[in-house]
Write a protein that binds this ligand. Structure first.
Ligand SMILES: Nc1nc2c(ncn2[C@@H]2O[C@H](COP(=O)(O)O[C@H]3[C@@H](O)[C@H](n4cnc5c(=O)[nH]c(N)nc54)O[C@@H]3COP(=O)(O)O)[C@@H](O)[C@H]2O)c(=O)[nH]1
Length: 812
């Protein structure tokens, strides 16, 4: 059984006890010593008390002799009865221990009996023998000597016995105590000692188990408590070591992570001396980790800390880390090979458990690419990508700076607002690439007219701003404007063609026209409009009355923004008839803006602004929906399928959602797709882009008809008519109007009709105002006609009335 105790042989145990249990041995010695001393003291005390008892018995006996024999002896002596006296003395002498009697008889005789032992102790007792009669006489004195040898012998015997028994008893008790102690305590202490001796990290899992039963009393006694304490200590140690191992593993992991970190890591001591640098740091800077140990992070390169900038930087890093606990920022560092790079640094103190700073951690990340990207973004944010000129934002900053300087120097600043004339037209006809090249060249030409202190900026589109600081005379800005207009005179070569481009310039001057940058710009803008009105390729100085014009423009824009929701737009419809029969085949939807303050506004006045502002996209969507719905209504009221033509502006056409807007309008109204015809200007399709072709293809695939509007006003390139899926060609009214007057126009119209027919396109002549024109068109085989001759564009209700009337007329 595990808990049973197998008692070994006593000798073996004693041997083991002597050898292995010095404590037991010492204990035994002490117990023996103490018990022996104690036994000796108690035995001595007992022997002494027995001795005193024996002495007192002898004394008592002699007192008894005195009391018993004094009067009889006195009588015998009085009577001088020697024989009796002798008998009496012999009787006394026969008593135990009494060895000698000496009777002194008055006056001078004596009687002695017995012998006084020479070698042993004696005790003597004397008493007077007195006769008591009429008178009292002292007859003599008896001296009794008792031998104490027996008492001493007895005492010796007792001492021997007591000592022997006490020693034996003490010895046995000691052995018993020691055995008990050894069994219950010492051997367990030995087990503990052995356990403690063998205790090591390798056998931490083995608990201390004492060779005794696991009873509650055992577990709660001191040994149990010590064992429990040792085992708890072992477990704690085990836990601590486990934790330490986990910590060590964590530390190893973190060390690896730091070593392999994508960020560079430097660890410095409290004096900012590098203690550790990871691989990334070496890769980033080119410094070998070992070679920089002990150096200051700001003094890696030669003379780095001598550099004032670097010294200040590290001073402020140190101060901020001390005060705030962290420093982070972007630093333009130097690699070992002298190459500069940008890094993002985070510097934090490393603190111990007590919050004391023991070192510093410096994390670095190479942000050169980001920095370059940021610089690029900054450039993009401040510069126009196409021309490389400052953009609006930077231009405004420069203007503000120039104004501030002019205020200090009491000088003037000229602000020029330039807008290229007909740029939109060139862009639409020759395409975006040509437009871009034109802008680049225009920017170059404007810049070439200016001094170094002046700024040319592109505000967007074809608008440029020129800032002329330090203007001296009133006509200094005019001279610059003249130079710019002159530099625009030579033709631009775009798409291999010579194109003449002019610009209109508006000028405002600080402080004459305003002392505020925004207002100066507005005034220059207003002056530019004035220059355009002058007939382009002109400049105009700002005059207060011009604010009216630009104010009107702004007002119109803000009104237009609200016109849709206020339902101010309406459609007029102009009939398109079969030239031969004069029968209605379709109607063109023409937009009108009925504004309460401005009255009926014609599209020529607001569509360019709607295009500029992008408002044409929601407005165009509204037109499409309304036009489709109107055609469906006519079908319901007249029972006739009347086609509907809708004008599409370039901005609208290039909107990514254009195709779906068209198809939604058709499907939501329930119109047949082939009843809708989209009028697209010749200029729009001339850019020859893949997108244009794709949009036209999608619309054609959906069954929507497509017509080329204003044909003859653009470049009249015939190639696009072949490559795009057009159904109709609309001859511009400028040719139709003069067919009866100008032979050239007549032959041009004839040629267009023939060419269109040869390409399988039908032809609409627009602007037909006179009957003679109808005859000409009939004769030339023009399919359809449109113009005031048939009807002006009519509001919805009037058109419906016209429809019913002409229908009746045609039926009649
Ligand atoms: N993007 C959009 N453009 C539109 C829309 N609605 C109109 N417009 C364009 O505005 C321009 C001016 O249009 P409007 O003032 O309506 O003039 C049209 C006709 O009234 C006019 N016309 C028609 N017949 C005659 C005539 O016999 N003589 C004469 N002098 N003028 C006449 O022509 C204009 C229609 O031209 P067109 O579009 O080329 O067929 C104009 O360019 C419109 O395109 C719109 O909703 N969206």
């Amino acid at each position: 059984m595990a808990n049973s105790y197998d008692m070994p042989k006593l000798s073996t145990r004693l041997q083991r006890f002597r050898k292995g249990s010095p404590l037991s041995f010492r204990l035994l010695a002490w117990i023996l010593l103490f018990s022996s001393v104690f036994t000796l003291i108690t035995s001595a005390f007992q022997i002494y008390s027995d001795y005193r008892k024996d002495i007192s018995q002898i004394d008592k006996r002699m007192a008894v002799v005195e009391s018993g024999y004094a009067s009889s002896l006195a009588r015998s002596l009085w009577a001088l009865d020697q024989k009796l006296l002798q008998t009496q003395m012999e009787g006394i002498l026969s008593l135990p221990d009494i060895v000698h009697l000496r009777l002194r008889i008055e006056p001078d005789s004596e009687l002695v009996m017995g012998e006084i032992p020479r070698e042993s102790e004696t005790t003597v007792h004397s008493f007077d023998l007195i006769h008591e009669g009429d008178e009292t006489f002292k007859l003599g004195e008896l001296t009794i000597t008792a031998d104490l040898a027996r008492v001493y012998q007895e005492m010796e015997r007792k001492v021997g016995i007591i000592l022997a028994t006490q020693f034996l008893k003490t010895f046995l008790v000691s052995i018993l105590i020691i055995w008990i102690f050894q069994h219950f305590v010492t051997r367990h202490l030995t087990t503990m000692a052995n356990y403690a001796r063998d205790f090591s990290l390798q056998n931490l899992a083995r608990p201390l188990v004492l060779d005794r039963p696991h009873t509650p009393s055992n577990e709660s006694d001191e040994l149990g408590k010590v064992t429990d304490a040792i085992n708890q200590m072992r477990e704690r140690l085990n836990d601590d070591i486990g934790r330490q191992e986990r910590d060590a593993a964590e530390i190893r992991k973190f060390s690896k992570a730091i070593e392999q970190s994508p960020s560079s890591v430097l660890i410095c001591d409290r004096q900012w001396r590098i203690e550790f640098a990871n691989q990334k740091f070496s890769q980033l800077t080119g410094y070998d980790a070992q070679s920089i140990i002990g150096k200051h992070p700001g003094a890696l390169g030669e003379n780095d800390l001598d550099n004032r900038e670097s010294r200040h930087l590290w001073q402020s890093i140190r101060l901020q880390v001390q005060r705030v606990g962290v420093w982070q920022g972007e630093v333009n560092s130097v690699r070992k090979n002298g190459e500069r790079f940008w890094e993002q640094l985070i510097v934090t103190p490393i603190k111990d458990g007590g919050g004391e700073t023991t070192g510093y951690l410096i994390l670095g990340e190479d942000i050169s690419i980001r920095k370059r990207y940021e610089q690029q973004l900054l450039r993009q944010a401040n510069y126009d990508i196409l021309t490389g000129l400052p953009n609006r934002m930077l231009a405004l900053d420069r203007l503000k700076l120039a104004l501030a300087q002019a205020r200090r120097e009491n000088s003037q600043v000229g602000v020029m607002f330039l807008d290229l004339d007909n740029f939109k037209h060139i862009n639409d006809t020759l395409g975006h690439d040509a437009g871009d090249n034109l802008l680049i060249e225009a920017a170059r030409r404007i810049s070439s007219c200016l001094r170094g202190t002046s700024t040319v900026a592109r505000l967007g589109g074809d608008e440029f701003l020129v800032i002329l600081p330090g203007l001296t005379g009133s006509d200094a800005s005019s001279q610059v404007a003249d130079r710019i207009l002159k530099t625009f005179s030579p033709p631009y070569i775009l798409n291999g063609q010579e194109v003449f481009v002019t610009t209109s310039i508006g000028i405002s001057v600080f402080p004459t026209d305003s002392d505020n940058s925004g207002t100066l710009l507005q005034h220059a803008d207003a002056a530019m409009y004035q220059a355009k009105h002058k007939g382009k390729s002109a400049y105009a100085h700002f005059a207060p009355e011009m604010t009216e014009v630009s104010h009107e423009r702004l007002q119109m824009e803000s009104r237009m923004r609200r016109a849709l929701e206020l339902n101010e737009f309406e459609l007029n419809f102009q009939p398109i008839v079969d030239t031969d029969s004069g029968n209605l085949v379709a109607a063109e939807a023409l937009l009108r803006w009925n504004n309460p303050s401005m009255g009926m506004v014609m599209p020529d006045r607001f569509i360019p602004l709607a295009e500029e502002t992008g408002l044409i996209i929601p407005i165009g969507e509204w037109v499409l929906q309304e036009a489709c719905r109107a055609a469906v209504t006519w079908k319901e009221t007249t029972g006739r399928d009347i086609g509907i033509s809708v004008n599409v502006s370039p901005r609208q056409f290039r909107d990514p959602g254009f195709t779906s807007t068209v198809l939604n309008a058709v499907s939501s109204s329930g119109l047949n797709h082939n009843q809708l015809e989209l009028e697209i200007t010749e200029r729009l399709i001339l850019d020859n882009s893949i997108e244009t072709a794709e949009i036209l293809r999608q619309l054609d695939d959906a069954g929507v008809r497509l017509s080329v509007d204003d044909f003859g006003t653009g470049y009249s390139a015939l190639s696009y008519l072949k490559s795009y899926p057009f159904d109709t060609l609309k001859i511009d009214k400028s040719f139709v109007q003069d067919v009866m007057k100008e032979a050239e126009d007549a032959s041009l119209v004839r040629a267009i009709i023939n060419m269109a027919h040869s390409l399988g396109l039908s032809v609409i002549a627009e602007g037909v105002e006179e009957e003679a024109q109808t005859h000409f068109l009939k004769q030339e085989g023009c399919d359809y006609s449109q113009g005031y001759f048939y009807s002006r564009p009519l509001p919805t209700e009037d058109f419906e009335t016209w429809l019913k009337t002409t229908q009746r007329l045609q039926q009649a």
